[in-house]
Design a protein around this ligand. Sequence first.
Ligand code: SAH
Ligand code: SF4
Length: 368
Amino acid sequence: MINLLDFDLEALTTLFVERDEKPFRARQTLRWVHRRLVDRVEAMTDLARPTREGLVRDAEIRAPSIVRDTSASDGTRKWLLDVGGANAIETVYIPEDDRGTLCVSSQAGCALDCAFCSTGKQGFNRNLSAGEIIGQLWLANRMLLADGAKAPWVEQGRHPITNVVMMGMGEPLANFDNVVTALRIMLDDNAYGLSRRRVTVSTSGLVPAMDRLREACPVALAVSLHAPDDALRDRLVPINRKYPLKRLLAACLRYIERAPRDFVTFEYVMLDRVNDAPEQAQALVQLVRDVPCKFNLIPFNPFPNTEFRTSPWRRIVAFQGILQDAGLTATVRKTRGEDIDAACGQLAGRVQDRTRRKTHRLHAVAAH
Ligand code: SAH
Ligand code: SF4
């Protein structure tokens, strides 16, 4: 069975042409699936009957299935999704005054093994398909609409989700083709019609893939910096051994030439006594002096068996102050959805553990 969620406009056009259908059917189909958010081919009533019947036979709209749906007191909502083979991923919806942001996963697990990341500690399971990536956006919009999502932009006929950040589980640029297909669907006016500045890819710094993204689909870019020098970054973000800071910053400059915003966002996780000293803030200022950038300081989110601690608030504020005094924009990420463990960067880690256990239990029950 073809999964219509796997196709961007170009691929869908090819599919229709191969099936001796008119190319414009691709646009129509994309609108049904991603604008009207239908879940059955039968519902696409303005498709010519033979087209529809052919599609009913061969195609479906198949998003990952929801294992758990949790809401936090601050409106943050988290879905645990089953992607088969005992793999679970998470998607988080973060409502704000003027936008609804969805934090989307790109891989089940991650191979890059950053020292402070619970997804990394899980190891790598597999890449998500384009349909599993865009399926998170499709599903979240559908769920929020079904539950009567209230926001000014929804009343104007727009989808509840206005912004996407690829900051869930996995390294998006290590799953390049599927991520780019999903990004194209996010941007397509026949689908979600999000502007490039409302879609952010976060990367740990895969330099060649950053250059490819610049050509293929230059959306907003966030780079996980986390250290002011190579010695420390080698330890915290091991991919730095392959693509050290000098190369990474040069790639950021190249990216900015095409980016929808004239800066990159540097993410910097605040680890107590590891990367949060005033001298390190000063070194950071020097490091990025030629790169138009903004800093997002992320309080470390602890998980079981981690060697790291969250920086105390006063150290975070002092660090932020040094960046700001040097003329840099630096914000501290608000913790959202605390009561449901919804922080980015360590999403499906714990839940996946639980799912695994649950799956084992199910197997055990089934064996009896
Ligand atoms: N793989 C991509 C995107 C996913 S992680 C990347 O590394 O950029 C999104 C952000 O959360 C990254 O900046 C990541 O470094 C950060 N992060 C990972 N684990 C974290 C933790 N335990 N606490 C706080 N931030 C974390
Ligand atoms: Fe992978 Fe990003 Fe976690 Fe590093 S921080 S292990 S790149 S998900």
